[in-house]
Design a protein around this ligand. Structure first.
Ligand code: GDP
Ligand code: MG
Length: 393
């Protein structure tokens, strides 16, 4: 399952975002890691369910009237301050938590009311653009320090006659969360000595920042958009085009209102409806959230998750079924599962995502929309419904 990590300074709103985004509106109890620990949970990317093409909605727990929520892991990393890679504020330990993350959601207090160290100041006093540099630097230096720690092993191995530096680096970088393809692409673009003893700190740092940029893309969450000066949000967007204005506590308030049955709202909707009896104060609070949503097309929480999954990580959603006519599994559930796969994935990749046995026994696949067999090198599209024929059951 894809994994996204919330990182940023203390007080930026990470935990508020996390709480809102993991408030289970569907039953996630059958996901074994929901209880792993307090800061690791399940959130969702939102897409259009293929059941919109059927006469009736599928009725899946994760489909609300054709809005399909596909599970992703979400991690709330404790606040990072400058110097984190050297262990300031337990920074090392927190950074280590990023190892498995496929992308980083960098939560920034776009209102400028949190200083460099995460202490509250007056709105507008701190320039949030400065926070963008610091988190990249900390991540780069953290990775560089891991490389340095492991360098002795690389040097030792270089005494063996069949030593190959690319191979040695690949082996060890895949251990810090990079795929073999990431490593191969990074090494192709860097110039470095064949002999590990000739490497300088600069070599290791440029390797680290290249690997980091490739394996941990950053989406900027311009949080506290409800009180942020618009020019701050604009400045953040100019620095990173994957910047989403967000009101995390607005989303949290909405989700709580949904639980209390006073509001109708699905995460990612541009608006909500008040359906219950509420006090004037509650109404005023909700209307303030509505104003922010009007400005930004929603609270931004769901949009940030969707941008990370579908745009920055280039994923698509594919739906394996056993019955290509009714789009069901063996028990008659319509569109029971949704899998996120990287763009360019084939039916065989989907088979492996379902189960390694299904992948190994893969024979062919059927496009359940067109009701015809598709070739093994077909690239899947967003929303494809696929029957996999495999020797494994
Ligand atoms: N105005 C405003 N305040 C927010 C928003 N999100 C979070 N906060 C507040 O910012 C403070 C820090 O939030 P928290 O989630 O604990 O930050 P963390 O330290 O990054 O985990 C709390 O007082 C939150 O209520 C938001 O969207 N708008
Ligand atoms: Mg927190």
């Amino acid at each position: 399952m894809l994994s996204l990590a919330l990182a940023g300074k203390p007080n930026a709103g990470k935990s508020t975002f996390y709480t809102a985004a993991t408030m289970a509106d569907v039953d996630v109890a059958n996901y074994p890691f929901t209880t792993i620990d307090a800061n690791r949970g399940v959130s969702h990317a939102r897409t259009q369910c293929p059941c919109l093409d059927l006469d009736e909605r599928c009725g899946n727990d994760r489909c609300h009237d054709g809005k399909r929520y596909v599970p992703v892991k979400l991690l709330d990393v404790a606040g990072l301050v400058p110097g984190a890679h050297e262990g300031r504020g337990l920074g090392n330990q927190f950074l280590d938590e990023l190892t498995d993350a496929d992308a980083i959601l960098h939560v920034v207090d776009a209102s400028g009311a949190t200083d460099e160290e995460g202490e509250p100041v007056e709105i507008g006093e701190h320039d949030p653009v400065e926070d963008l540099d610091f988190i990249e630097e900390e991540m780069d230096l953290w990775l560089a320090s891991i490389i340095e720690r492991n360098w002795e092993t690389v040097e030792r191995r270089s005494r063996s006659p069949d030593f190959d530096i690319d191979e040695a680096l690949s082996e060890f970088l895949t251990g810090v969360g990079a795929t073999e393809l990431d490593v191969a692409r990074t090494l192709r673009e860097l110039e470095y000595p064949e002999d590990p003893l000739a490497w300088t700190d600069e070599h290791r740092e440029s390797l680290a920042s290249d690997i980091r940029a490739r394996t941990k893309p950053i989406i900027v969450i311009a949080n506290k958009a409800d009180v942020a000066p618009p020019e701050n949000i604009q400045a953040l967007k100019e620095r990173n085009e994957a910047t989403i204005p967000v009101t995390a506590d607005g989303e949290l308030a909405l989700r709580r209102a949904v639980e209390a049955d006073i509001v109708e709202y699905d995460p990612g909707d541009p608006d909500f409806e008040i359906t219950g009896d509420i006090s004037d104060d509650q109404e005023a609070g909700l209307e303030r959230i509505r104003d922010v949503m009007d400005d930004h097309g929603g609270t931004g929480v769901q949009k940030a998750l969707d941008t990370a999954v579908y745009e920055v990580l280039d994923q698509l959603t594919a739906y394996p079924v056993q019955d290509e006519t009714h789009w069901t599994d063996g028990q008659g559930n319509v569109l029971p599962d949704a899998h996120l796969l990287p763009d360019g994935s084939t039916p065989r990749d989907l088979a492996y995502a379902v189960h390694s046995d299904i992948g190994e026994g893969y024979l062919h696949a059927v496009d359940a929309r067109e009701k015809r067999r598709i070739s093994d090198d077909t690239e899947l599209d967003e929303g494809d419904v696929i029957k996999i024929v495999s020797t494994a059951k």
